[in-house]
Design a protein around this ligand. Structure first.
Ligand code: DGL
Length: 271
């Protein structure tokens, strides 16, 4: 058994889709979350910038002696995959768990991918899916605006800005007959109620945060690293800009008040 926390990070609120799933699947685990809200979005930046941010984010989490690092960001998972593999502690991103889940879920072999521009440009999802389903037909769509809409907490099913934006991004995926869609940016599971209505019940949505949490559970179980104590898991949240902005949106996304658990950190100290 290992009682150390799991370190989770994203550019902002997106990674809370992983946190939400970890809390459900692994209720005894402590979580340290870092949201790089001072530098969000990552997905429109160069690979070099994303890699240098990633290195700082991980350095910060390592200061808590985490037992595992969960990269709860599709952009980092797809762009900085090689960097993550070199870490001296167990780690995962959303790429493999989501690609595998989609390859298993699809019936007609047509898979849509929604991600940030950096993720889509990396081509990483297409390559990864083909490891599990060689002849999969992929339709990839970069959806950069959706990140800002989630950061603004405009996630309600009736939102009159977010709905047409989601509809427009989904159009090529639905026109190509995809029966499975990977929400390849962790911000997007927060839009599932809207995506579900537009895509229809017949389309399978792969929640990248949930798939990552399932992988973490399996990994901890297989390696005897699960916190099996009676202790109820606690989460602490750190952000690189105003904590109030983060915690008020997080309250809606997580369904709990985190005002007292959320603090500012100066990420530039971690180089
Ligand atoms: N949530 C992130 C992702 O999964 C980052 C979005 C962004 O910062 O552009 O890609």
């Amino acid at each position: 058994m290992d009682k150390s926390p799991i370190g989770v990070f994203d550019s902002g609120l997106g990674g809370l889709s992983t946190v939400r799933a970890i809390k459900k699947l692994l209720p005894n685990e402590d979580i340290i979350y870092f949201g790089d809200t001072g530098r969000v979005p990552y997905g429109t930046r160069s690979n070099e910038t994303i890699e240098s941010y990633t290195a700082q984010d991980i350095k910060f989490l390592q200061s808590f002696n985490c037992k595992m690092i969960a990269v709860a960001c599709g952009t980092v998972s797809t762009v900085s995959g090689e960097l993550i593999k070199t870490l001296p502690l167990p780690s995962t991103g959303i790429l493999t768990p989501s690609a595998k889940a989609a390859a298993e879920a699809t019936e007609n072999g047509k898979i849509g991918i929604m991600g940030t521009s950096a993720t889509i440009n990396s081509g990483a999802f297409g390559r990864e899916i083909k490891q599990y389903r060689r002849n999969a037909e992929i339709t990839s769509v970069a959806c950069p605006l959706l990140v800002s809409l989630v950061e603004s907490n405009w996630c309600g099913v009736d939102d009159d800005v977010t709905n047409p934006a989601v509809r427009r991004y989904l159009q090529p995926i639905l026109e190509n007959g995809c029966d499975t869609i990977i929400l390849g940016c962790t911000h997007f599971p927060h839009l599932i109620p809207i995506i579900r209505i537009i895509a229809g019940e017949g389309v399978k949505l792969i929640d990248s945060g949930l798939e990552e949490a399932k992988y973490i559970k399996e990994f901890l179980d297989n390696n005897g690293m699960r916190n099996d104590s009676e202790h109820k898991g606690e989460a602490k949240y750190f952000v690189s800009d105003r904590p109030q902005n983060f915690s008020s949106a997080a309250a809606t996304l997580l369904g709990e008040n985190i005002d007292n658990e959320c603090s500012f950190i100066d990420i530039f100290k971690y180089i």
